[in-house]
Ligand binder design. Structure first.
Ligand SMILES: Nc1nc2c(ncn2[C@@H]2O[C@H](COP(=O)(O)OP(=O)(O)O)[C@@H](O)[C@H]2O)c(=O)[nH]1
Ligand SMILES: [Mg+2]
Length: 239
């Protein structure tokens, strides 16, 4: 059994996937006790094809191919449900964060159930203004509405003990990009110990493309915060 699994969600990443694969393959060689699972759901480009043709018998790297696109949250959930290692981590499959963050998360998980990256603690380059404002607005709203204290709920680098991952993803209901905040909201209600590591965004990612569209996605994410409160009040997170 592997000590840790790293889920790499990918959607239409053909522009970045080769670079990611090179990084994952060399990291996986150095960490034979880690398992890497690409979670592709319904990419319409060559992402899945490139992954399959590049992998060359590596025992600890695999592809979970989901036919229909249902979003990052669903892809992660399906991956978590089929994994069985002591620790489960997810890291953006466009290598926004170097894999060195995984070691930091695992170190933090020795004394906690959940460990999350925080971009405010890392040394980071400025982001696109629009993304920064939207990210900051969502984070403040999430903090206020969900009574969370985290200054960054949304970094795409988070780790869990197996038990916490199965529990949190099992109870999660939010399918849009507010799902990170939901995981933390449930974790807090369960009394999980949550630790924070600095997250440094790779330079090449800072101004790169994003699947999040601020104008399109923000209203839905606000509604998702309302839904979380409703789900809590109606006992949906109590199982
Ligand atoms: N499987 C899957 N992955 C997704 C989906 N949407 C985004 N991702 C991946 O999730 C990660 C974060 O998304 P990205 O668009 O880079 O967000 P940003 O970096 O916060 O702007 C990337 O690796 C994406 O490929 C999706 O619908 N399904
Ligand atoms: Mg990205």
């Amino acid at each position: 059994m592997y000590r840790a699994s790293v889920i790499l969600p990918v959607y239409n990443e053909s522009a970045t996937i080769e670079r990611t694969l090179a990084e994952v393959i060399s990291y996986a060689k150095l960490h034979p006790d880690f398992y890497f699972l690409f979670a592709n759901d319904g990419s319409t480009d060559k992402t899945a094809g490139i992954i399959t043709s590049t992998l060359n018998g590596e025992k600890n790297i695999a592809l979970l191919n989901i036919e229909k696109n249902k979003g990052k949250a669903n892809a992660l959930k399906q991956a978590v449900m089929q994994l069985d290692s002591d620790y489960i981590v997810f890291a953006d499959g466009d290598m926004a964060y170097s894999l060195d963050h995984v070691d930091l998360l695992l170190e933090a998980l020795k004394n906690s159930d959940v460990a999350i990256g925080n971009r405010k603690m890392g040394e980071n380059h400025p982001q696109k203004t629009e993304r920064f404002v939207a990210g900051e607005a969502f984070n403040r709203l999430a903090r206020l509405m969900l009574n969370l204290s985290f200054t960054d709920t949304q970094a795409g680098i988070k780790g869990f003990t197996k038990e916490a991952a199965k529990k949190l993803f099992g109870l999660s209901r939010i399918t849009d990009f507010a799902f990170d905040a939901e995981l933390l909201y449930i974790a807090k209600q369960k009394g999980y110990r949550i630790s924070i590591i600095p997250a440094k965004v790779n330079k090449h990612h800072q101004f790169g493309p994003s699947t999040i569209k601020v104008v399109r996605d923000s209203p839905g994410m606000f509604i998702s915060l309302l839904k979380m409160i409703f789900y809590r009040i109606s006992g949906k997170y109590n199982e």
